[in-house]
Design a protein around this ligand. Structure first.
Ligand SMILES: [Zn+2]
Length: 280
């Protein structure tokens, strides 16, 4: 399942073809994604210039002067770019967006076997976008300078849920999915079962920093896959982080070497941690 790092790597891969390009056509082969793709979308976009390709959480934001095309990869979606024309579509290639860039035409193709992805339109500018139901309740970006220990400390006060659950909820900080929650808490030396509201300020600071480090490392790891986005080589564009704790249950902890990594289940999701290095 694509997480924030995959979406950011997708953004970086697509941006050179997309930013400043003019939409020539939008072909919708199947509108039945997680929500129906708006019927008038092709007309809405034709002849319009993509100003910027941005990301908010796991949403890709194709910014136009008159609105924003919001796309989400869901469980299994991916974007690929083809110079000139695209090969004949396969059964999961639901959308082709053709744009004219200074260097020629590009076809951006959305493939999504499980169709949990989304392609929606939000008219208006920054304000309408920020208030849109999809984005309004999202927490801070992990790389936002405002996301620091003090912020995390303040926003977790009174929360009796575990710190892992608090991170996954996404209303404090976005992008900390199941893998990255385990990795960040390992990095910060915090037991994932610790009540969020009981974390001290210094530990919140360590955790905020760990989240940034872990996500930046994952994005860097995916950066080597940028050229995989051109053409259809069958690869999904998802990459695996060299996890330090995730799915290493039973193996020796990479930090202390003494204890072995434990796997527990919190709210139905697996969590991995070192009982020696990570404290409540
Ligand atoms: Zn350890």
């Amino acid at each position: 399942m694509p997480e924030l790092p995959e979406v950011e790597v997708t953004r970086r891969a697509l941006a050179p073809a997309v930013e400043g390009a003019v939409v020539r056509s939008l072909v919708l082969r199947d509108r039945r994604l997680r929500w129906p793709v708006p019927a008038g979308l092709a007309r809405q976009l034709a002849g319009r210039k993509v100003l910027r390709l941005e990301r908010r959480g796991k949403y890709l934001l194709w910014r136009f002067e008159h609105g924003t095309l919001i796309s989400h990869l869901g469980m299994s979606g991916s974007w690929r770019m083809h110079p000139g024309t695209a090969p004949p579509p396969g059964r999961h290639d639901h959308v082709d967006l053709t744009v004219e860039q200074a260097d020629g035409m590009w076809v951006l193709r959305l493939t999504d076997p499980r169709r949990f992805g989304a392609l929606l339109w939000q008219r208006g500018g920054e304000q309408e976008l920020r208030r849109s139901s999809l984005l309004a309740r999202l927490g801070l970006e992990p790389f936002d300078p405002r996301f620091d220990g003090a912020f995390l400390h303040q926003r977790t006060r009174g929360r009796r849920t575990s710190i892992k659950q608090a991170l996954l909820a996404g209303d404090i900080v976005v992008g900390v999915g199941n893998i990255y929650a385990s990795e960040s808490l390992f990095e910060a030396g915090i037991d994932p079962r610790t009540a969020a509201g009981r974390l001290s300020l210094p530990r919140c600071a360590r955790l905020a920093q760990a989240i940034g480090t872990v996500l930046a490392r994952a994005i860097d790891a995916g950066g080597s896959s940028l050229r995989d986005f051109v053409g259809a080589d069958g690869r999904s564009g998802y990459f695996t982080l060299a996890a330090r704790v995730y799915e290493r249950n039973g193996l020796a902890c990479l930090r202390c070497g003494a204890a072995s990594v434990r796997r527990i289940v919190q709210s139905g999701r697996a969590t991995y941690f070192c009982p020696h290095c990570q404290r409540r």
